[in-house]
Write a protein that binds this ligand. Structure first.
Ligand SMILES: C[S@@+](CC[C@H](N)C(=O)[O-])C[C@H]1O[C@@H](n2cnc3c(N)ncnc32)[C@H](O)[C@@H]1O
Length: 220
């Protein structure tokens, strides 16, 4: 996956995205937003917000910012926000989630729905998400990961060469992703059709405080 292939894929998808992926991905979107437990005024970032199908689901007492790399997907999201007069949406912005212009610790919670296996570098995405999320804040991810069933996993590997065309990578390995991203997994649920997608709630690690009174480790 590279950025140009992603932009091309989502320019093609934009007009038909809601029809193709609206209903099938909806349980995962609803599950995450129901689980947020966000307090009044909390700032939530949704990366890869797409056509904004999730935006009407957020409660009115939070402040949501959506970003996406595809202008064509965002055009539809903006129209939705306007048409539905969504007060909870602070803005939808064109931005690469792997290189965001927000300051460190800008958001209480960050949500990534069906985007981890779309970006060129999932670990760079998580590094950026952890940077803009407050320490101790929640990070919610819903995504398809490589199936544990060997036959399905083989079928997914066969699909892998056409990932540029379809706009996502079908064989991202969950264990490796968790290990490399350094995310602290709090809970996981299977969601959507046949429980084929995984919802992960993770905690953004608190920075480890440096204690100058502790003696530094001596080298032999
Ligand atoms: C499968 S769609 C998911 C859209 C939406 N989250 C949903 O629930 O339907 C993936 C989205 O991620 C966006 N995307 C891909 N790479 C991105 C990046 N580097 N930064 C921000 N958005 C990105 C795509 O443009 C697309 O809108």
């Amino acid at each position: 996956m590279d950025t140009q292939a992603i932009l091309r894929a989502y320019r093609r998808y934009a007009r038909v995205y809601d029809l193709l992926f609206g209903a099938i991905f909806h349980p995962g979107r609803e599950f995450i937003i129901r689980s947020l437990g966000a307090r009044s005024g909390e700032r939530i970032l949704e990366v890869g917000v797409g056509t904004g199908l999730s935006l009407p689901l957020y409660p009115e007492h939070v402040k949501v910012t959506g970003i996406d790399i595809s202008k064509h997907m965002l055009d539809i999201a903006r129209k939705r926000v306007e048409r539905m007069a969504l007060q909870q949406v602070e803005g939808v912005m064109e931005m690469d989630a792997q290189n965001m212009s927000f300051r460190d610790s800008s958001f209480d919670k960050v949500v990534a729905m069906y985007v981890v296996s779309v970006v060129p570098d999932p670990i760079a995405l998580i590094d950026e998400i952890r940077r803009v999320c407050k320490p101790g804040g929640d990070i919610y991810i819903v995504n398809h990961f490589r199936a544990r069933n060997p036959l399905l996993a083989m079928a997914e590997s066969l699909l892998s060469p056409i990932s540029k065309l379809v706009g996502f990578r079908p064989d991202l390995d969950l264990d490796r992703f968790l290990e490399e991203s350094g995310l602290d997994l709090v809970e996981t649920h299977n969601v959507n059709l046949f429980g084929y997608w995984k919802l992960l709630r993770c905690r953004n690690r608190e920075a480890v405080a440096f204690n100058p009174s502790e003696p530094a480790e001596q080298s032999p």
